[in-house]
Design a protein around this ligand. Structure first.
Ligand SMILES: C=C(O[C@@H]1C=C(C(=O)O)C=C[C@H]1O)C(=O)O
Length: 466
């Protein structure tokens, strides 16, 4: 059971009101409690009734940090295209200023955390598909369950105004108790049935790949990542809880995320880290170059070796390594990376993978690193600007948050962002899935098409497709 001293929040709340009165503006009060283990999926599910559309879930591949946010205490959002990383950072700092944070623990991901991300390209014309997500969108949750180093914590974040009194805190306490003691709703009753699956213009997509290949042969562009969409229709509303449980059972080795916004839900299981920051230590991942898994161990090994020795894939991968190294060199004193890629094997696909570790300078914030890295040539191309412009011009898909940075930052500046691939957007009875692949001068549109089909699989399986 949860052992939370109820009087604490009231006492702390009253002193926060005094501070708010002195400053003449609302301030944040955040408190962290250790609690007995609670299953994070069950916590996510308990928020369904009352906080539908205001939840998030995050876990990294090794479950070093699991975060579940319920309710929204603060939303940071903007459709501003220029300096968007800087603006989010500034608003975050402003929100934390003078806040009262009661957190006696040193672990990451406790206390005030903002969770969210950025669209792939704020200059791409927005369609109705992503109308529920601003180009930069972060939520600071009201209640957050954190599991870190095997220990469970609960953070409560509230903003109090100069006019609040103890009744406000009593209301929060009763809401919190209700959330922690409510029953898990059964997610297995009536799972959604897939009725229809529609690939969006596959022929046109292949034609675009062919045209881009021609450009790559002659111009200064070296690589462009092109993505496409699969639209699904179900017999009834798709519940994020069900799909999250499926992803958790089927894609343990990946980052798994859910980010609800205004009734829509962005969800996925991505193998790709953009950047993680823990004090001065920075971790990134180069992931590019793909081949399917084998039907048996022998074939799987053969395919893996083929990928490790394939010049086209090695070149594609090399672009990513070069760029990430350069981007991190701007902020890091020391960078360690192996000179050859290794294999990352996940359920449906294997990739060329190079981990990168750096020691960063004091003034490099996580969002600054995100800005420098996004998009890497694994999702954009090379040269970066030219590739993004090409995608903006030729790609039919509105990528929205697909292939973009998604993750969290805590109030101490630590956190992690993944690259939100192998993902989909759930909208009531419908869903869009996204998948892309790196196109280089010797790409073949048919095999790139097959590669993207493979990349739809994790989300498709979680949604009950084949
Ligand atoms: C673009 C995607 O994947 C990216 C492209 C890869 C490739 O071209 O080989 C491999 C991994 C990812 O960096 C996707 O899954 O949608």
């Amino acid at each position: 059971m949860v052992t939370i001293q109820e009087t604490e929040l009231k006492e702390r709340g009253i002193s926060a009101v005094t501070t708010a009165q002195k400053l003449g503006r609302p301030i944040l009060i955040s408190e962290v409690h250790k609690m007995d283990r609670m299953d994070p999926l069950s916590f996510f599910n308990r928020g369904r009734e009352r906080y539908l559309g205001e939840r998030f879930y995050w876990k990294d591949p090794s479950e070093e940090v699991v975060l579940v946010g319920i309710g929204i205490t603060k939303q940071i959002q903007s459709d501003q295209a220029t300096d968007r990383f800087f603006h989010v950072e500034e608003e975050w700092r402003e929100f934390l200023k003078d806040g009262l944070i009661f957190n006696p623990f040193n672990e990451n991901g406790l206390g005030p955390v903002m969770f969210g991300g950025f669209s792939f390209d704020p200059l791409k014309a927005k369609t109705a598909l992503w109308s529920k997500y601003a180009d930069s969108l972060f939520h600071v949750p009201k209640y957050m369950l954190t599991i870190v180093k095997g220990q469970t914590y609960l953070t409560t974040n509230i903003v109090c105004t100069p006019n609040d009194d103890y009744t406000f805190f009593e209301k929060v306490i009763s809401e919190r108790t209700q959330l922690l003691t409510s029953l898990k709703q059964d997610t297995h009753i009536n799972p959604p049935k897939l009725l229809e699956m529609k690939e969006i213009s596959p022929q046109k997509w292949k034609q675009t790949v062919d045209e881009v290949v021609e450009d790559l042969k002659t111009g200064s562009l070296k690589k462009v990542v092109l993505a496409r969409e699969l639209r699904l229709l179900f017999n009834h509303q798709v519940k994020a809880d069900v799909i999250l449980e499926n992803l958790y059972n089927q894609q343990r080795d990946s980052f798994i995320f859910v980010f609800e916004s205004n009734g829509d839900c962005f969800i996925g299981a991505t193998p790709e880290r953009l950047v993680k920051k823990q004090g001065k230590n920075v971790f990134s991942t180069c992931l590019a170059g793909s081949i399917r898994r084998g039907k048996n161990e022998e074939e799987d090994h053969f395919l893996g070796q083929t990928l490790l020795n394939d010049q086209k894939n090695l070149n594609e991968h090399g672009f990513v390594v070069e760029m990430i190294k350069e981007a991190l060199e701007e902020s890091c004193e020391e960078i360690i990376l192996p000179d050859k890629p290794q294999l990352m094997k996940i359920r449906d696909i294997q990739h060329l993978y190079t981990p990168v570790i750096g020691k960063c300078q004091k003034d490099a914030s996580l969002l600054l690193l995100v800005e420098r890295l996004h998009p890497t040539p694994a999702l954009g191309g090379l040269p970066k600007q030219e590739a993004v412009e090409k995608i903006r011009q030729v790609e039919e898909l509105d990528r929205g948050f697909y292939a973009a940075p998604l993750g969290w930052v805590d109030y101490r500046g630590n956190g992690e962002f993944s690259v939100s691939i192998r993902s989909g957007l759930i909208q009531g009875k419908e869903a869009s899935l996204f998948a892309g692949c790196g196109v280089v001068a010797n790409s073949d549109s048919e095999s790139e098409y097959l590669e993207t089909s493979l990349k739809f699989r994790p989300m498709l399986r979680a949604l009950g497709g084949k």
